[in-house]
Each structure stands twice: as structure tokens, then as C-alpha cells.
Ligand binder design. Structure first.
Ligand SMILES: Cc1ncc(COP(=O)(O)O)c(C=O)c1O
Length: 433
């Protein structure tokens, strides 16, 4: 849309007339192009993208190698009949299996919700159960089974969710539910409740290793191993949803490697295509075999399509070659230090948390009560955008005053520092008003 910008009244008149609203208000910035860590409007005004688009563009925007790959691939092999395989698809499955040798079987899909849907269906089919447990602060997607396991937002107003959907609270280091109770006791208690409610048909637990939409809640060390044991004791499968944490963002290729716990099903999306629509489900030979024997059907238009698969192969190649997981750890340490500097200067910041380049900054009314200050975090977000930084609160549903920060893994040190500087100014401006 040449000639449009945020101030272009005609653009917004057309947008208001035709755009269906799906997550509150639209951001008052009209992107015309994006490159690296920046998004630009038609007038050339640039905004530093501290959320990697929708927590996906780990290589920054329009990475030259991805641009070249897509241009070439689309002219050779784009989309196929859903039962037809091709070289990029098998190459991506191979490449993923090199990283997770115990989960060598892969199917490629398009979005995170869809891939979680497939993982949940596999778990149901293979276990014979149909009850699914998730965290009470989770986000797994907007489609049926994924939405039934999403407790962060979006449950009201749509009628019944899948029967057999249970939630347990995720541990919260900054705001524990019960003072003096450790996470193991909380987990034991939660599963006791699950067991009381279950009709004996537990199929799976689905978890994000760092709950992102839930407010950047990192599972404490040892928690995933304990959760896996709970699953094994009940014949449930553990599904890990690494939509945001996969492909290096938290400092290891996958977040579960930090804990040394391999799930039964690993779901990747967002970061796998580095911003382009690509997702996958990975599982073991035994689970795949059983699902196959029981007639597993998840036949979609874009399953195992060659164009996005080729993108995935290139994304993994770049993440490995440029050691982007290690870079996320190093840049994350720099970002954290910067945010802790802000916390030292601004009383309204109650907590900094997260891992690698997936960090959260929580705004509170005061540090004693730790009462979340959602209005303040909204105002800082708005002011930061005016000053040239997009670092967003969770837009769909209440974020509890937590600003999520997830820059591209390819960001420069200077860009990390620039983001901190803009946040500093934005917080000071809002506090002054
Ligand atoms: C952890 C997690 N899983 C799944 C999803 C859903 O992915 P999609 O929006 O691609 O369906 C999201 C989206 O934010 C997510 O954060």
C-alpha cells in the first residue's frame, strides 16, 4: 500500500470498513516493508521489532537466504497432492531427526494450533484415552483440541469445550500460589485433583516449556522430569509445544534439552518457518507405528508441502551454521542485564524473567503487593511504539501486565541496546505523565 502510513486516515477508514477484529484493536502502525530487526511504514518510519513478528521471525525479516530460497523454490516445486512426498520434505524430517534422534518420525503442517491438534489426536489414538491435561496459563491455538487445552484466554462464549479437558496451575516463581509450598508439592497436589476428576481415560499432558502467553513462566529445573514421571505413571503421553521456544530461542536448540527430558511428541511451529507458515509434529517410531496401525488420519491440504519444507531446511541450516542458539544465550544475557538496569531505575518493574531471548518484564502497581499494573504496561507499550519500538503485551486476553520481549536471534548488540534505551524513555515518559 504505497502512500499509506499510520496517519493516513483513508487507510484506516478502509480498514475499519472491511477488517474483522479478532484480537482487540489493531496496532496503529501500517507496515509497508520489513528487513532484519526493523519494520518500516510507507513514509520510511522504522520500528524495532522486539517480538519477531508474532514471536516467529528468528532470522529477522526478509533474511536474504530465505528470500533467495523462496524465489527459487516456488518456481520449481510449490504444492503437491497430500500423499506425494518430495525431497525438501524428507530432508527437513531428516534434519529434525538429527537434532532429536529419539523422535525420528515427522509430519509437516502449517500452524501451531493445527500441529497441536495432530499431536493430541495421535496421543488419543495411541493411548486409547481422550482426557487431556494442560496448564491453566497455557496457549496452544485456536482450533478445537488445541483451544480446549488453552486456558490463558478465549474460553468463554463458544459453548462446550472437549469433555475431559483438565488444567493444573503452572508454577510461578514471582507470584507463587501458596507461600512456602514448593513446586513438587504443588504438582503432586494438582495431579491428585486430576486423578479424582479423571474417568480413567487420560491421554496426554500438553505443555510449553516456557509459558509465553501466560506471562513468560519458566518451568523450574526438574519440573519437566517430574511431569514426565506423572505422565508415565498414568500411561499418558507428554506433548511439548515448542512453538516459541524451538530453534534456539532459549539458548538451546529446543528448550526441553535444558532439562534433559524428551517428550513423546514434540510440536514445532512459529520459529520453524522463521515467520513463514510451517509447523511439525515429531514422535518416536513406536508411537508412529501404533498410530499408523490404528488408522491415523490427519489429511490436510498443505501437509508435507515442499515450499515451506524447503524454508524449514534452510532455517535449521542457518541456525546451526551461525550458532544462533549460543547467540540467543549471549544476546539474552545482554538483554536481561539491560532490563535489570531498567528495573533498578523504575519502581514500576516488579520482575524480569525468562530464558535466552524470550524474556518478560512485569509491571506492578508496587513491589510489595506485586499487584499487576496492566494499564501501565499498556501505556508503556503504546509510548514505546511512538518512540519506534514494538515490544508487546499479549494482545488477546489479559497479560497480567507482562511485556514479552523476543527479538530476532540475528539482532545486533546495538539493536538490543537501542530497544533498552527506547523502553527506558517510554517508561520515564509514562511515569512523568
Ligand atoms: C506456545 C504456542 N503454541 C501454539 C500456538 C498457536 O500457534 P498458531 O497461532 O500458529 O496456530 C501459539 C501461538 O501463539 C503459541 O504461543
Amino acid at each position: 500500500m504505497d502512500g499509506t502510513s499510520a496517519s493516513d486516515a483513508a487507510f484506516w477508514t478502509r480498514a475499519r470498513r472491511h477488517m474483522l477484529r479478532y484480537g482487540g484493536e489493531f496496532v496503529p502502525f501500517v507496515a509497508a516493508r520489513a528487513e532484519g530487526s526493523f519494520v518500516y511504514d510507507a513514509a520510511g518510519r522504522r520500528v524495532l521489532d522486539f517480538t519477531s513478528g508474532q514471536m516467529s521471525a528468528i532470522l529477522g525479516h526478509s533474511h536474504p537466504e530465505i528470500v533467495a530460497l523462496v524465489r527459487d523454490q516456488i518456481g520449481r516445486l510449490d504444492h503437491l497432492f497430500s500423499s506425494m512426498l518430495s525431497e525438501p520434505v524428507v530432508a527437513l524430517a531428516e534434519s529434525l531427526a538429527r537434532h532429536v534422534p529419539t523422535l525420528p518420525k515427522t509430519m509437516l503442517l502449517t500452524t501451531g494450533g493445527e500441529a497441536n491438534e495432530a499431536a493430541i489426536k495421535i496421543a488419543k489414538l495411541v493411548t486409547g484415552g481422550w482426557e487431556v491435561v494442560g496448564f491453566a496459563q497455557s496457549w496452544h491455538g485456536m482450533t478445537g483440541g488445541a483451544a480446549a487445552a488453552t486456558y490463558k484466554a478465549g474460553r468463554r462464549g463458544y459453548g462446550p469445550q472437549a469433555i475431559g479437558s483438565f488444567a493444573i496451575p503452572a508454577p510461578h516463581s514471582y507470584r507463587p500460589r501458596f507461600g512456602g509450598i514448593d513446586w513438587q508439592a504443588e504438582l503432586d497436589d494438582a495431579f491428585e485433583l486430576v486423578d479424582r476428576q479423571s474417568t480413567g481415560n487420560l491421554a496426554a499432558f500438553i505443555a510449553e516449556p516456557v509459558l509465553s502467553s501466560g506471562g513468560i513462566l519458566e518451568l523450574p529445573r526438574g519440573y519437566l522430569a517430574a511431569l514426565k514421571r506423572k505422565c508415565e505413571e498414568r500411561g499418558m503421553l507428554l506433548i511439548l509445544d515448542e512453538a516459541q521456544t524451538g530453534l534456539g530461542r532459549t539458548g538451546t536448540m529446543f528448550a526441553f534439552q535444558h532439562d534433559g527430558v524428551t517428550p513423546d511428541l514434540l510440536v514445532l511451529s512459529k520459529t520453524l518457518g522463521a515467520g513463514l507458515p510451517l509447523a511439525c509434529v515429531m514422535t518416536s517410531e513406536a508411537i508412529e507405528q501404533k498410530a499408523y496401525e490404528r488408522g491415523f488420519l490427519f489429511y490436510t491440504t498443505h501437509v508435507n508441502d515442499p515450499l515451506p519444507a524447503a524454508v524449514g531446511v534452510k532455517v535449521i541450516e542457518i541456525v546451526e551454521r551461525d550458532r544462533l542458539a549460543a547467540r540467543a544465550a549471549a544476546l539474552g544475557a545482554r538483554l536481561r542485564q539491560g532490563l535489570e538496569g531498567l528495573m533498578a531505575r523504575h519502581d514500576c518493574i516488579g520482575d524480569i524473567r525468562g530464558r535466552g531471548l524470550l524474556l518478560g518484564m512485569e509491571f506492578v502497581a508496587d513491589r510489595r503487593s506485586k499487584r499487576p499494573d496492566e494499564k501501565l504496561s499498556d501505556r508503556v507499550t503504546d509510548r514505546a511504539l511512538e518512540l519506534g519500538l514494538s515490544a508487546n503485551i499479549v494482545r488477546a486476553g489479559s497479560s497480567g501486565g507482562v511485556m514479552r520481549i523476543a527479538p530476532a536471534l540475528t539482532a545486533s548488540e546495538g539493536e538490543i541496546d537501542l530497544g533498552i534505551e527506547i523502553l527506558d524513555r517510554a517508561i520515564a515518559d509514562v511515569a512523568r505523565r
